[in-house]
Write a protein that binds this ligand. Structure first.
Ligand code: C5P
Length: 232
């Protein structure tokens, strides 16, 4: 169950082993952030890392971006929810029926896990989409898949802060926008192309900010987390 938490920050724990992941978690306050477990960490550590985070009082976003036939996708979502994660995700390109089935299976099991979709990976350009036979621009395809996600009854989408304003206007206040690519003005942008400050992302309509290296690379991650919260 989602506890009452005002912080919109989800810290991306992009670590390669359990020790490094727990060392980071132990530096952070579970009242000030949630934690994201992605493919790298989950493939290395499995469910143990999720239960260790839960034991420390953190809510977890399991970012495994499931994409498979409808039954397999829905059962994977169910397995994630059975672990007690706060949020998980699938690719919207699994299609409307598969998205609906995922939502249905969560409801049948009595889970209130948030289920969001990835529309177009932010690494994809218009040219990359054309190579795949998709003639819409990335921007058009994001909007199309976000509308489909809403139609399927999912809780929201992952999107860049630049897309947030248009998506919020189109899809409404209740449709959650989860936004990576966040940096403070004096942070390095690393490999992110289109970055946004935490405050601007929230003003644009983001509900949750996924922040990795800006926090995890700081000498004192919890102090950096508090600094970001003081600016929003
Ligand atoms: O370190 P940084 O703040 O760039 O980390 C962002 C996190 O969000 C990483 O875990 C990355 O995989 C994830 N992410 C992203 N862009 C997307 C989807 C997820 O950066 N479109």
């Amino acid at each position: 169950m989602e506890k009452v938490m005002k912080s919109p920050i989800i810290v991306a724990v992009d670590k390669h082993n359990l020790n490094d992941a727990l060392a980071l978690a132990d530096m952070l306050d579970p009242n000030l952030c949630r934690l994201k477990v992605g493919k790298e960490l989950f493939t290395a550590c499995g469910t143990q890392v999720v239960s260790e985070f839960h034991q420390r009082g953190f809510e977890v976003f399991l970012d495994l971006k499931f994409h498979d036939i409808p039954n397999t996708t829905a059962q994977a979502v169910l397995s994630a929810a059975d672990m007690g994660v706060w949020m998980t995700n699938i690719h919207a390109s699994v299609g409307l029926d598969a998205m609906r089935l995922c939502k249905q299976r969560l409801a049948d099991a009595g889970h209130n896990t948030l289920l969001i979709a990835v529309t177009v990976l932010t690494s994809m350009t218009d040219d990359n989409l054309r190579e795949l036979g998709i003639m819409r621009t990335a921007k058009e395809q994001v909007l199309h898949l976000a509308n489909l996600t809403k139609e399927a009854g999912l809780d929201g989408v992952v999107c860049s802060a630049q897309e947030a304003q248009a998506l919020k206007a189109q899809l409404g206040a209740d449709f959650k926008l989860v936004t990576p690519g966040i940096r403070l003005s004096d942070d390095s942008s690393d490999d992110q192309q289109r970055i946004c400050t935490p405050k601007d992302a929230l003003v644009n309509g983001s509900d949750y900010l996924v922040i990795g290296r800006s926090i995890t690379g700081a000498a004192n991650p919890n102090e950096k987390l508090k600094l970001i919260l003081s600016q929003i």
